[in-house]
Design a binder for this molecule. Structure first.
Ligand SMILES: Cc1cc2nc3c(=O)[nH]c(=O)nc-3n(C[C@H](O)[C@H](O)[C@H](O)COP(=O)(O)OP(=O)(O)OC[C@H]3O[C@@H](n4cnc5c(N)ncnc54)[C@H](O)[C@@H]3O)c2cc1C
Length: 378
């Protein structure tokens, strides 16, 4: 792939850079609720300027940008250290999956409120006994009049406490082979049959939740991609999740590495041979991550859909981010143990990187089997 930006891509970057210079929202306030409201306002501002759903087609309210422009967007946002958007799962996964598998009515109904952050989305895939082995999930949907009755439990559901819609995968055919008996639903979270309980992470935040679903109602028109086709719709969702991450992740670890070098100097450890060696190898890995992110983009541009190559940047990002935050805490010595230190927070949050969005072991299997063509494990 040619990594030089075309004149159009450079113009896209320059316009975005100057827009950000004038519209950066500043530091996100602390506290879960205040932080969330801040991100809602930020997303509304982005949407008004045409910067939400950057690569979504224009007919669905997006900017119709190319994937390279989408990657530039991710890099620029990371560079400017902007806050995250409020509806991150809707923008990265919900919208693209509705565009790929939804009916015309579904596109009309769901896409605009995702962009404007009027309706927040969450992803109800994982269950207490089904995470990596998603196809073994047990939540069941039984046909009722004009719709489906759903009962089961989900876990680690990010943003469920503020969500209107849940991308829910449930078993609709108990007798079919496990990948074939699944259906993908858009479940309204605003019903008593869905109870949301927060789960606190090691950072003290409650980003995600448990969902207890007892006879929830989902109308027929909220099936996405057809009854029994849930597995392939779920895979589309996961591919978008990983594909969306690469370029921005590469840019943000590069910035973090710059901060790490400053930290090492402040602590008089910039000359320490071991610290220098560790920083050098992190920088090399970060560069490999950046190049693989662009390689993944090239593959999407050729095939039209994100493929298994997206697993590689996700895997590399989690390793680099965990490595650099761990080194930062080590460099700080005792101060690295302080609960209110920014680096300590980042170190603790990074522990989830090798689990969220697919564990490192599972991604290695995908790369081995589906990218490198090695024989299947089983
Ligand atoms: C911060 C965060 C946010 C999340 N948000 C969401 C969300 O919004 N929605 C959602 O649905 N889920 C979410 N998850 C859940 C996440 O997708 C799962 O945790 C992940 O898929 C792993 O599933 P599990 O936790 O059940 O672990 P398990 O699948 O039980 O795995 C346990 C261990 O066994 C290993 N393992 C399992 N199978 C294999 C295998 N075949 N080969 C080799 N090793 C294997 C795993 O790598 C792991 O180390 C989130 C998780 C985190 C940490």
């Amino acid at each position: 792939m040619d990594l030089t930006l075309s004149p159009n891509e450079q113009a896209f970057r320059d316009v975005l850079r100057s827009w950000l210079a004038e519209n950066h929202p500043g530091e996100e306030p602390t506290g879960d609720e205040a932080g969330f409201e801040f991100r809602v306002e930020w997303q509304k501002k982005l949407h008004a300027a045409g910067y939400a759903g950057v690569s979504w087609p224009e007919e669905f309210g997006g900017r119709g940008a190319t994937l390279v422009e989408q990657a530039i967007y991710g890099e620029e946002m990371a560079r400017a250290k902007t806050p995250s958007t409020a509806n991150v799962l809707g923008l990265v996964m919900g919208g693209p999956v509705v565009i790929a598998h939804g009916s015309e009515e579904q596109k009309q109904r769901y896409l605009e409120p995702i962009l404007s952050a009027e309706e927040i989305w969450c992803q109800g895939f994982s269950e207490p006994e089904s995470g990596s082995d998603l196809a073994s999930l047990k939540t069941r949907a039984v046909k009722s009049d004009g719709g489906w009755s759903v009962t089961g439990q989900k876990v680690w559901t990010t943003l469920a406490h503020v969500s209107k819609w849940c991308m829910l995968v449930a078993r609709t055919d108990q007798d079919a082979p496990k990948h074939k008996g699944l259906t993908y639903f858009l479940m309204d979270m605003e019903q008593d049959a869905v109870q949301v309980r927060p789960l606190h992470q090691i950072t003290g935040e409650a980003e995600f939740n448990e969902l207890f679903i007892e006879d929830a109602y989902i109308p027929d028109e909220n099936v996405l991609g057809g009854v029994g086709n849930g597995w392939s719709v779920a895979i589309t969702t996961l591919m978008h999740e990983r594909a969306g991450l690469g370029a921005a992740a590469a840019a943000s670890v590069k910035i973090a590495l710059g901060q790490l070098i400053e930290l090492a100097s402040e602590h008089g450890m910039a000359d320490d041979p071991i610290v220098r060696q560790e920083i050098a190898s992190l920088l090399i890995e970060a560069e490999a991550l950046r190049l693989n992110a662009w390689r993944g983009l090239t593959a999407i541009m050729k095939t039209g859909t994100p493929g298994p190559e997206g697993s590689l940047p996700k895997l590399q990002w989690s390793a680099v981010n965990q490595g650099l935050t761990e080194l930062a805490v080590t460099i700080q010595g005792e101060a690295g143990l302080a609960k209110d230190s920014d680096w300590t927070y980042r170190f603790l949050r990074a522990r989830a990187n090798s689990v969220e969005g697919g564990t490192t072991e599972i991604l290695k299997n995908i790369i081995a089997e589906r990218v490198l063509g090695l024989p299947k494990l089983r």
